[in-house]
Write a protein that binds this ligand. Structure first.
Ligand SMILES: Cc1cc2nc3c(=O)[nH]c(=O)nc-3n(C[C@H](O)[C@H](O)[C@H](O)COP(=O)(O)O)c2cc1C
Length: 438
């Protein structure tokens, strides 16, 4: 059986079911960016869970409704056990064939899809783009992931395939939007110009936070044109316009994710969505406040992308090999660098030297801003990741695994190297009164 399961990004997505062998050739659904040499998902959820989730967030979260429909069509939701499923193996276009983690992956997909649809009911952003060679499309995906990570649902729409009606409908469902295109022949492509005209005519659009982005080769007029037209029409920008020369680097993609998060924050601010739960009067929250951690600065780097955050939820987790765990909030930009294989450093803050570090790292940052500006650092010996010069020790670490823990990821990392920098300084301890903030 061949079934068309179109999404806005892949209108020709075909899924093929072989009922005799209970195989589902699932195309982009259940895919991952990694392909193990063995072909199948040996190691199950632990080995591939993060990759499946990452792929879903980048590629399928913007089409959550279509994925929901596809899951229902195959009778794969809700799965009670793999024996009762109409499939015993998922064979996506890329990534491992799914056998051992089948039931869990289906269950997780259902959860992720529900999460997206629920988020869309309260807040949604539209990412419109055109891309001839895939560079602007890569930026669109990173911005979309940032929006999703920021707790706002996203619809990513390829303007080369969408009708004007679809553009205005998407704007009607959204509280913010982003427009992206490459510069071709000194201009923005016609489809983008036409779609932009339709957006400018929508009375509700003008009150929405927005942003523009695009890849270019040498002159890059398209982003200026989009920015100029929106600015002249009185639109407010949630982030600085993003201009990337040809193929985006890791740093460009991190900037896009941070910009997506900034848009999500603007939308939530406008809708007055509360970020933190109210402090309950006593009980477990107050008791949790008595759990203390040492004050540290976590710095991470991947190619030309880098980020930093203040961290006190860091703990030793293993003697042999030496290992630590770090809890990282899911909507934090640095999370992108703390995936399996990611490298980072922990600089422990010396007692009495906390103030300038706290001041530098607790203020709000705009997308792409250097979080370590004003703090003296040196590159770590093995990884070349910045280490605070005022730290009393540092560790160089590599992420081995990470698990979902409510609104945080718990990252387990092996310590590759480390050094005490100041024998005489104690490590600062972070004391809190209540356990619903850091
Ligand atoms: C036919 C053609 C015309 C182009 N014209 C321009 C131009 O006028 N100015 C510019 O900055 N880049 C120009 N470029 C470079 C593209 O903007 C650049 O390759 C960009 O990365 C394409 O993004 P995309 O992969 O999203 O399509 C041109 C490329 C092609 C193939």
């Amino acid at each position: 059986q061949v079934v068309l399961t179109p999404t806005p990004r892949w209108p020709d997505l075909l899924v093929v079911h072989d009922p005799v062998n209970r195989l589902l050739f699932s195309s982009k659904l259940f895919a991952a960016h990694v392909a193990p040499p063995e072909g199948l998902d040996e190691g199950g959820w632990e080995a591939f869970g993060d990759d499946w989730r990452y792929y879903f967030e980048c590629m399928l979260a913007p089409s959550a409704r279509q994925v929901w429909w596809a899951l229902g069509w195959w009778g794969t939701s809700p799965p009670s056990s793999s024996a009762s499923l109409p499939v015993c193996m998922l064979l996506p276009m890329h990534g491992p064939g799914v056998s051992s983690a089948l039931t869990q992956l289906l269950q997780e997909y259902r959860g992720w899809v529900d999460e997206q649809i629920k988020a869309a009911a309260t807040s949604c952003a539209a990412v419109f783009y055109a891309s001839a060679y895939g560079n602007t499309a890569a930026l669109a995906q990173a911005i979309s992931r940032g929006i999703t990570r920021g707790g706002v649902a996203v619809e990513t729409i390829n303007l080369e395939l969408a009708s004007l009606g679809e553009v205005t409908e998407a704007i009607g469902r959204s509280q913010g939007f982003v427009l992206g295109d490459p510069t071709l022949g000194g201009h923005m492509p016609t489809q983008v110009s036409v779609a932009m005209g339709a957006i400018l005519r929508e009375p509700t659009a003008k009150t929405m936070p927005c942003g523009v982005f695009g890849s270019f080769g040498w002159s890059g007029e398209a982003v200026d044109e989009m920015e100029g037209r929106l600015r002249d029409s009185g639109f407010g920008f949630a982030f600085d316009s993003i201009r990337v020369k040809f193929k985006p680097t890791a740093k460009d993609l991190l900037l896009c994710e941070e910009s997506g998060r900034a848009l999500a924050q603007s939308i939530k601010k406008k809708l007055k969505v509360r970020e933190l739960a109210a402090v309950p009067g006593g009980g477990p929250q107050l008791a949790m406040g008595r759990v203390v951690g040492s004050l540290s600065v976590l710095t991470a780097k991947d190619e030309d992308a880098s980020s930093a955050m203040l961290a006190s939820w860091i703990s030793q987790a293993s003697f042999d090999p030496p290992g630590v765990t770090v809890a990282v909030k899911k909507d934090r930009a640095i999370e992108k660098l703390l995936v399996v294989g990611g490298k980072f450093c922990v600089s422990t803050v010396a007692e009495g030297r906390e103030k300038p570090i706290m001041k530098a790292l607790t203020r709000p940052f705009s997308p792409g801003e250097d979080r370590l500006a004003g703090l003296e650092t040196t590159p770590s010996p093995q990884l070349g990741v910045p280490v605070l010069s005022s730290a009393n020790s540092f560790l160089e670490c590599a992420v081995v695994t990470r698990m979902e823990a409510g609104d945080h990821y718990v990252v387990y990392a092996q310590v590759l190297d480390g050094k005490v920098l100041d024998e005489n300084a104690n490590t600062a301890v972070h004391h809190r009164k209540v356990g619903n903030h850091y």
